[in-house]
Design a protein around this ligand. Sequence first.
Ligand SMILES: [Zn+2]
Length: 256
Amino acid sequence: MTFTDEEVERYARHLVLREIGGQGQQKLKAARVLIVGAGGLGAPAALYLAAAGIGTLGLIDADVVALSNLQRQVLYGSADVGRGKLEAARDRLAAMNPHVAIETHPAMLDQANAAGIIGRYDLVLDGTDSFETRFAVNTACYTEGKPLVSGAIGRWGGQLALFEAGVTRGRPAAERKPCYRCLVSEIPPDAETCAAVGVMGALAGVIGSMMALEAIKCITGAGETLSGRLLIYDALSAEIRTVGLSPDPACEVCGS
Ligand SMILES: [Zn+2]
């Protein structure tokens, strides 16, 4: 896979990074990445992944752009209100980087379609606000053997992790990584929605961009990923910490 002169100039700041370089940029171009949910987290993640030169970017969402989305969903403009999110996203991403192939799935991801869609990608980002969707994504990533970058936000707090239970399935117990259900075994009874309690718009940018960054690290092999760790960001106190995550032997999805 070779780059045109235009691509070499476009990706110049990546190409000089020791951890990316020509090889890393080629891996990005060869990668197929699926973003589940083109909302607060999916929007900045899609923008940075398209800008970074991911070869194929899949988007799945069934919503139309609402005026109340624009406070944080930076993929869309005022003129997009009322349009399908994927149609608007495709226009914006194609205008930013014509080298990226955009695949749109105008649907809700659920247990019935998850494996079929996820199986066609190398890596999945999940930034949805529904636990049912998160569980379906996690199960499909586990069975299809795909790494899952998972992010969540609410009010002033956010968290993200890379789950590689599917990638490490079948390895000796000491080498296995946790899945999302090892962290969240059941739907929390007191789960909050951003519509009810609010969310700081710039926080979506922070966590969504970090999701894109973790995906890029996972694809290129740069640095240490968040596999087996949960990053927690408290925006009000401006503090970030990471905690270790272990596979749960009693996990409904990846347990023994
Ligand atoms: Zn698990």
